[in-house]
Design a protein around this ligand. Sequence first.
Ligand SMILES: [Zn+2]
Length: 287
Amino acid sequence: MRWQDMERSQNVEDRRGQSFGRIAGGGGRPGILLLLVVLVGGYFGVDLTGLLDSGGTPQVVAPPAVQQRQQTADPSDTLAEFTKVVLKQTENYWSSFFSANGEHYQAPRLVLYTGQTNTACGYGQSAMGPFYCPADRKLYVDLSFYHDMQTQLGGGGDFALGYVVAHEVGHHVQNLLGIAQEVHQMQAKVSKRDANRLSVMMELQADCFAGVWGSSVRRQGRLEQGDLQEALQTATAIGDDRLQRRAQGRVVPDSFTHGTSEERYFWFKRGFDTGNPGMCNTFSEKR
Ligand SMILES: [Zn+2]
């Protein structure tokens, strides 16, 4: 992706090098876009407790305090710069999407950290990978995950990193739209198996939203040869079936919470091909 000259997001807290960061609370929730929300209800009554990158009900908006510190040159700075560019792209895209639907997009904040950090969802650790905390509306990213993704999972490339960031932003969008809350409520009422399946649908929708980001990058003429393949390869590498086989040598589909490689590939591509979040209805579509 050609991104070096693109605008960076300012919604960033750089906590790299700190032992832990401070906690901020967060605020109101905008109206619901029916377009995407109706989807959730129809499936089967369910709860979203097992969702790693989801938490409680959103409350307060974080105060606009930004900690910006100068870093010495290091490879992760390029990654940090790129991450800020991706975040800005998502802000542009979702702002126009929300305003086209008569709503205002409240952008999430990105927290860069190393090792571990405090969040309104509990203690964040780099081993968890990038995650979104709905309670403080922040994305938490330890850039070291990118190295792991390249070396251990066989994913990589800038567009693959962008996919991961855009996926977490997708969870923020689900939070703003009330989808996450609705799914949580449903999950409380059903079996573990069905609750897991609802988690999968949430995750696949976030993948599809990430694909929509990819589509917006393409429309700006910023894609390079191989970018889409990088993202698709990563989507495949982080499927539950693939990860379980790596970790335990076997696959237990009922325990999936993110979807299979094939599903993740499919939904990222769906978002990318259509560029339309309305086509990301993972809840009603049976495959
Ligand atoms: Zn996720």
